[in-house]
Structure formats: C-alpha cells, structure tokens
Unconditional design. Structure first.
Length: 460
C-alpha cells in the first residue's frame, strides 16, 4: 500500500500515469460524497426536490470550507516535493509541521465563525423561506466536521507530494465508501432525512482524516508529521503557493452565490427553487469532469515540483507535455459522454420530466468547451507546482471574473436560462489567455532555474 514512487527516475509517461490515475480515481470518488447525498435526498418521499434545493444552497459554503484545505494542502505540497528533490528531508518535515498547525488553527476559526453566521450566509447563498430549514439542518451538522474535512483534504496532499499516490487514493475511497453505506441507513432506516445525509458525511470525513493522520505519523511514510520548527516565513510561503487553488475553489462559492441569486431573481417565487435544483444537478455532473481533471493536473504536481527542485529541466518539460495530453484526452471523452448519455445521470436525481429536461439541457450547455478547459487547468496547476503564484492566481481570477460577469449580464438578455451559459463563455475565453501565458513564460522559467547555482534552495 505504502509503495514509494521515485519521481526523479523512470519514464515520464509511466510516472504521470502512476500519479494521475489514482488521483483521478480519488477525486472521482470524492465527488460521490456530495452526489450520493444529493441522490438520496432528491429521492426522499414528498420533500425530495425542495430538500435538494436546500442542500444545493449549502454547496457553496461546503466548497468554501474545502478551499481552505487546498490553501494549506496544495500550498505546501509543492514546497515539500521541491525539498525532497533537493535532498533536504529536514526542510520537508518543517513544511509538513507548519502545514498541520495551520490546518488545525484554521479549522477552529472556521467552525466558530460558520456557526455564528450560518443563517445570513444561507439566505445570501440563495435559500428561500421554504428551503431554509433543510439547508440549515444540513449545514449545521457539516460545520462540526470542518476539522475532519480539512485534515482529510489538506494533509492528503502531503501524502501525494511524497509519491504515495495509492495511499492518497485509499484515503478518499475509505471516506466515500463509508458515506455510500451510511447514507441510506441514516436517511431512510433511521428516518433522519437531510440530517442523516449530513451525519453520514461527517462520519466519513472523520474516518478519512484518521487514516491520513495514522499514515503521516507512522513509520511507513518518508516525511512524518513533527510538532516543532514552526516558522512564520514558511507559513507565509505556504499561503503564497496556495493562493491559486484557494482562489479557484473559494471563488466557486462566490460564483454559486451569484448564480443562485440570479436564478431566484429571474425565476421568481414560482420557479426559483426549481432552477436552483436543476443547477445543483448540473453542477453535480460537471464535478464528474472537473474533479478528476484536478486529479490529473493536481496529482501530477509533485512530479513537476520534484524535478524542478532537482534541476532536471528536461523531465519537467516532458512531464508538462504528458499532463496536457492526458487532460485533453480525458475531457474529449467526457465531452462525448456529456452530449450523448448525460440524461441517465439526471434520472437518478428526479423523475419529474420538467426538471429532467432543464437539467439535461444545462449539462450540454455547461460542457460545450470542456476540452479547452483542460488547458486552463493544466497550465494553472503547472505554474502552481513551479511556485509561479503570480501567473496561477491571475489566470484563475480571470476565469472567475469572466464567469461571474457572464452570470450577471447574459440573463438580462436571455432570461433565467441565460445564467447557464456563463460556464461555456468562461471556458472558451480563459484558456486562450492561459495558453498564451504558458507559451510566453514557461521556457523563461525553465532557463532561470537552469542558471541557478547548484545547491541553492528554491523559495527558502
């Protein structure tokens, strides 16, 4: 299980597959956390559709919580890989120690803050008086699982960074399978409805978090958690590196606030909750594409970071090429599936034909430009892996700004359904800027690394 992959040796294409496939699978399984909840909730007798709208409103807040895990996780993991590439194990241990204490403190802050502000947040994120009770119940329970969520998501990045991709995959599988088993028991057997789905999620996250902690504190890992050598300089560096993935995920929450608000406004009292329910289904499907794509581009970051730290520039170039090719192949396959069989996915949420028609149409609109999106994700994560935060953050923000503006402006002309076009517009324009930036600056970054004196530590 704890087989270590040497990132500095071996065929690049094989290493990309060894890292990407388990990470893809793990992210796919991770999506099931939310999707399984929504499937069972959508099928609760009598209240299923409005309860699903309530859980859909919670989605942005849950996403916001997870963004802090990636701030610390993806922020420090490339640094840890670079230190291993430099053969600096002590430096790697110091990064992990600082990451752990940051996650712990953030968890306490987020838990207390969310409990205080949950009601205004839920209404801000699009809850109606009808859907609020379901949203409030679900979110309140999930908030108590914040520390487990951040440990499971955040510290798992440090497992991947060391080359233990199979262990990282197992972390996610343990939680997801537990969630799948517990959901029907909690929701239907114990008749807990929405509360049951939330309890199942928290218990599953706790199990995943326990497994990560056990592995990182055990003897089988290359870099263990230590409780010393805390440094504000390292913590600032972790935050700097983590800004891009944090912004990508955190701004998803802002976008979903805007989207839900627009759907409520243009849908009106009669149709607002229906369109939010359909948007929840569409976003659930879209995660089946974006999360495995993140698995490819994020899971292979250690390969880039390690070899960048080791000054093996040719291996960095080959890795970048393989990652882009694999991402494009994956999104091409998903494009075909989205436009041919996506209706089968919608059926598992609802049997209401009006909901089905809108959701299937929305999926096809959302996925029009997912192939260019592969370039966007690949390039942003490459810049993150190389410590080029200014490029990664700028490109991430640009896509989100385009998305948000489109969500607000297009419905003015096309009505409520115009909000669904925002994803396609952003996925067409943003990759053009990302590709141009990559062409202009990637080679310069490689040449600058080659010119550095041997033994000089990166981002110290």
């Amino acid at each position: 299980m704890a087989k270590y992959t040497d990132l500095g040796e071996g065929k690049i294409s094989s290493l990309v597959l060894k890292l990407a496939v388990p990470s893809m699978f793990a992210q796919f399984i991770n999506v099931l956390y939310g999707i399984v909840d929504r499937i069972y909730i959508g099928n609760i007798p009598e209240i299923g559709e409005i309860a699903l709208a309530g859980v859909g409103v919670c989605g942005p807040i849950v996403t916001l919580i997870s963004s802090f895990a990636f701030l610390i996780g993806v922020g420090g993991a490339p640094l840890l890989s670079m230190r291993l590439g430099e053969k600096n194990k002590k430096g790697a241990e110091q990064i992990l120690a600082n990451a752990f204490i940051m996650i712990f403190v953030l968890s306490l802050f987020l838990t207390s803050s969310l409990l205080i502000f949950k009601k205004p947040l839920l209404y801000l994120f699009g809850a109606s008086d009808v859907s609020f009770p379901y949203a409030n119940t679900y979110l309140t329970i999930c908030i108590f699982g914040t520390i487990s969520s951040l440990i499971a998501l955040g510290l798992n990045q440090y497992v991947i960074a060391q080359g233990y991709s199979t262990v990282a995959m197992l972390t996610t599988i343990i939680g997801a399978i537990t969630n799948i088993i517990l959901d029907p028991i909690m929701i239907f057997t114990f008749k807990m409805n929405v509360a049951g789905a939330a309890v199942a999620t928290v218990l599953s996250q706790t199990l995943s978090a326990s497994f990560v902690m056990w592995f990182l504190m055990g003897k089988k890992t290359k870099v263990r958690i230590t409780f010393k050598d805390y440094s504000k300089t390292i913590q600032k560096r972790i935050i700097t590196f983590g800004l891009s993935p944090f912004i990508i995920i955190a701004t998803d929450s802002i976008i979903l606030i805007v989207l839900n608000s627009v759907l409520q406004r243009y849908g009106g009292a009669e149709l607002g909750d229906m369109y939010i329910t359909c948007a929840t289904i569409v976003q659930s499907y879209f995660q089946l594409i974006t999360m495995p794509l993140i698995g490819i581009t994020g899971g292979t970051q250690p390969l880039l970071s390690y070899n960048y730290g080791a000054k093996k520039i040719d291996r960095v170039r080959k890795s970048a090429k393989c990652i882009i090719i694999m991402s494009v192949i994956f999104t091409s396959i998903m494009f075909v599936l989205s436009h041919t069989v996506s209706h089968y996915f919608v059926y598992i949420f609802t049997n209401n034909q009006k909901y089905i028609d809108i959701s299937v149409w929305g999926i096809k609109i959302f996925t029009v430009f997912i192939i260019p999106l592969a370039l966007q994700y690949s390039i942003v994560d490459m810049f993150t892996a190389l410590g080029q935060a200014k490029f990664a953050v700028t490109l991430s923000l640009l896509r989100k700004i385009i998305f948000m503006l489109s969500t607000i402006i297009v419905p003015i002309f096309l009505g409520v359904e115009g909000a669904f076009y925002a994803e396609a517009i952003a996925d067409f324009i943003a990759p053009i800027f990302a590709s141009t930036t990559f062409i202009l600056y990637f080679n310069k970054i490689m040449k600058n690394r080659e010119s550095m004196p041997d033994g000089e530590s990166l981002y110290s």
